[in-house]
Design a protein around this ligand. Structure first.
Ligand code: AMP
Ligand code: ZN
Length: 699
């Protein structure tokens, strides 16, 4: 899409604009350049996954464009980067007719099926050899895209294949999809492109986490998440879910008389390349042209082995006859094209029986029902229990004890129950009864009005106390090795440990006659506990387990004070001023520091020698690496990546997410990856070793 020369030129224009922006001098005249620059960086980020600009700078340039367009609305073009997210809610999703029916694919599961397919293609065509193009079968929601006169004018879901729902507003915010593309260079004035909308695994997990935090049930798989997002009425909400799209088929073209279409459109592989050249994300690199069906089979199997490594879900491969002329003569049945077949990977779904439900009490007192299952293998992992989240979830899915349930494990994502197989009920299945009392301490459970979870609000509830201690010592919190979950439960039962401060007054001599504790392990535990007293403040804040305060928020909070107890005096307004702290999070922090018991526990911790000061804050300007940016690649000889990053941060350095012109230092270890290659191309980046980093830190 962008040649090397184009890339350099856009990069140069970006720098010019950034300079002008500094002196607030981006003007109306620059509006086209500004759009070009933004499009270029969207492409680098969303299609190539290889950004050259920080998010911050992108946002700044984006805002400049918005400002100009606000002042001069007549300058707005329909394909301006600002036009992706509609301002208004979508009222309805009108039903629209597809230009060409959107068919399903025939399935194959093994070499035999594939050979059958090959045989039929040869029989029908009378050819003795057929070339195929093989590409991943993306596991998302299919979409039809119509461009007229180079502009995206309509996006629709598959629906029943003949008619779908128009979802243009939500599709426009998919930033890897160009809002315009120059089809007109070949006289094409209308074109329909097919593709798959999906959510990558990481964004899916993040989205499910956010649902859980709000007490809402998570979704079973990224496919459902993508389909659901396309139908959201609020385009800004849809934008947050970060949909992506792969396009893999041109289903219709209309060209003005006398124009000649590009020859690449004569093969499927050629059309994938062409789409890629026009700025679309097509599987042009993922595809393979195969000379015969045995080669096809080998490619499918090699790709299946890669499945877990991919950032998005695929559920198989699609095999297509490469020659478009041949595709047309083969035609289709009422159900599927005769020139293509799907090769399905091993299912990640399984059915099993729900044999019972256990109710677990977490550290915040939330009571979570956990379904016990007849153990079953799903995608290579044995599953015997699955969280079923809350009462509403159970009702909505109508889960009953004794039911046969369909479960799914999407990649590394935690398995979920997709549904109960109601048809298989025999009448003996039992409703799941939610307890009214805490299963551990027997106190009455409560539920806040807008929340879905029931909670035990007895702060002394043994279940909660133990979970809080487990969280406090965990790896990302105070990181006290040797005080694992099993030991904590044991010490609690033996009445050796009843609360967090108890960790620091622990009676080690009581362990001497306990089985499994030698002199050495007791010493190690002692050292680990003592060592944790000087953990940086953000770790302590995270360790306290304040609701909605994850590691990132903990860092923000730590940076905002000199001493932890400064938060006692913080108002809601002050909290809300902090980065990424919304009303819900602020409310929770405020609540935590208004509680006398919490304050007294924190004071006790200080008396016991824990550091509650923000050591960094006073020394930040003097930090050796203040303001310098770093990135790591490969395995370092002695330091763990996380430890090295922490050291850089503690000296005021900033860790970046990728290689860009913003990067000052790339620290490389063994088997450095593609980041190194990229960094070598930018001559302002210094490439250093661990030893050199340590020198920088000492200086
Ligand atoms: P199925 O729903 O199992 O019948 O499979 C057909 C669906 O696979 C199509 O409707 C597309 O949404 C989807 N699909 C995913 N990747 C591809 C691809 N590379 N080529 C064609 N269809 C695909
Ligand atoms: Zn309880």
């Amino acid at each position: 899409m962008y040649s090397k020369k184009d890339t350099l030129s856009w990069q140069h224009q970006t720098e010019q604009l950034l300079k002008k922006q500094h002196s607030q001098a981006i003007g109306v005249k620059e509006v086209d350049t500004l759009r070009g620059v933004l499009r270029f960086h969207e492409y680098r980020y969303y299609v190539l996954n290889d950004p050259l600009l920080s998010d911050f700078e992108y946002d700044q340039l984006f805002k400049s464009l918005e400002k100009i367009e606000q002042e001069y609305p007549s300058l707005i073009t329909p394909d301006s980067p600002t036009q992706r997210v509609a301002k208004d809610l979508t009222r309805d999703f009108p039903t629209v007719q597809h230009l060409v029916p959107m068919l399903s694919l025939d399935n194959s599961y093994n070499a035999e099926d594939l050979r059958d397919f090959d045989r039929k293609v040869k029989e029908l065509s009378g050819l003795s050899s057929v070339v195929y193009c093989v590409e991943p079968k993306f596991d998302g929601s299919s979409i039809s895209l119509i461009y007229q006169n180079d502009l995206l004018v309509r996006a629709a879901t598959r629906g029943d294949g003949e008619q779908g729902d128009e979802v243009t507003n939500n599709v426009k915010q998919i930033r890897s999809l160009p809002l315009s593309a120059s089809f007109s260079q070949w006289g094409i004035d209308e074109i329909e492109i097919r593709g798959e909308v999906l959510i990558n695994k990481e964004n899916f997990e993040r989205f499910n986490q956010s649902l859980l935090q709000e007490g809402l049930p998570p979704l079973a798989n990224p496919r459902n998440a993508a389909a659901g997002t396309l139908r959201l009425k609020d385009p800004t909400e849809a934008a947050k879910r970060k949909l992506e799209v792969f396009v893999y088929h041109i289903s219709y073209t209309h060209a003005t008389k006398g124009s000649s279409l590009p020859p690449s459109l004569q093969t499927h592989a050629g059309s994938l390349d062409l789409l890629w050249e026009l700025g679309f994300r097509s599987p042009h690199r993922e595809k393979k042209i195969c000379q015969n069906i045995e080669e096809v089979m080998a490619y499918c199997l090699s790709y299946e082995a890669l499945r877990d490594e991919l950032p998005y879900e695929i559920d198989g491969m699609v095999i297509k006859v490469n020659d478009i002329g041949l595709q047309e003569s083969l035609g289709m049945t009422s159900h599927h094209p005769r020139w293509a077949v799907a090769f399905k990977f091993k299912a990640r779904q399984a059915t099993t029986q729900l044999t019972g439900v256990e109710f677990q009490v977490g550290r915040t007192g939330a009571v979570t029902p956990v379904a016990k299952l007849d153990p079953v293998a799903v995608g290579g992992v044995m599953v015997s229990s699955i969280s079923i989240h809350n009462q509403e979830y159970i009702q909505e899915k109508d889960l009953r004890i004794g039911d046969q349930v369909l479960i799914e494990r999407a990649g590394d994502v935690i398995p979920q129950i997709v549904k109960s197989l109601i048809e298989l009920r025999k009448g003996k299945e039992k409703k799941i009864v939610f307890p009214t009392q805490c299963p551990v301490c027997k106190s009455q459970l409560f539920k806040e009005e807008e929340e879905a979870v029931w909670r035990c609000i007895n702060i002394e509830c043994p279940a909660q106390v133990v979970e809080r201690i487990i969280h406090f010592v965990s790896k990302d919190a105070m990181d006290i090795r040797g005080l694992g979950e099993a030991n904590i439960r044991k010490f609690y039962e033996l009445q050796l440990l009843h609360d967090i401060p108890g960790i620091y007054t622990f009676n080690f001599s009581a362990l001497e006659n306990q089985e499994g504790f030698g002199k050495k392990s007791i010493e190690n535990l002692q050292t680990a506990i003592a060592g944790s007293k000087t953990q940086p403040l953000h770790r302590l804040i995270y360790a306290l387990g304040i609701r909605f305060v994850g590691e990132t928020t903990a860092r923000t909070l730590a940076a905002a004070v000199d001493h932890l107890l400064d938060f006692e005096k913080f108002s809601m307004e002050q909290l809300l001023e902090l980065e990424d702290v919304g009303p819900k999070v602020a409310g929770s922090i405020h609540h935590f520091f208004s509680n006398k018991d919490n304050i007294s526990m924190i004071r006790t911790l200080e008396k016991l020698g824990l550091s509650l000061r923000n050591e960094k804050k006073g020394s930040l300007p003097a930090g050796n690496l203040s303001g310098k940016t770093f990135l790591f690649t490969g395995t370092l000889p002695t330091l763990k990546r996380s430890a090295a990053e922490e050291m850089v941060r503690s000296e005021g350095g900033i860790i970046l997410g990728g290689v860009s012109a913003k990067l000052d230092y790339l620290v490389t270890g063994d088997e450095a990856g593609s980041k190194l290659e990229k960094a070598k191309k930018i001559n302002t980046i210094r490439i250093i070793s661990e030893a050199e980093l340590l020198k920088l830190l000492e200086r």
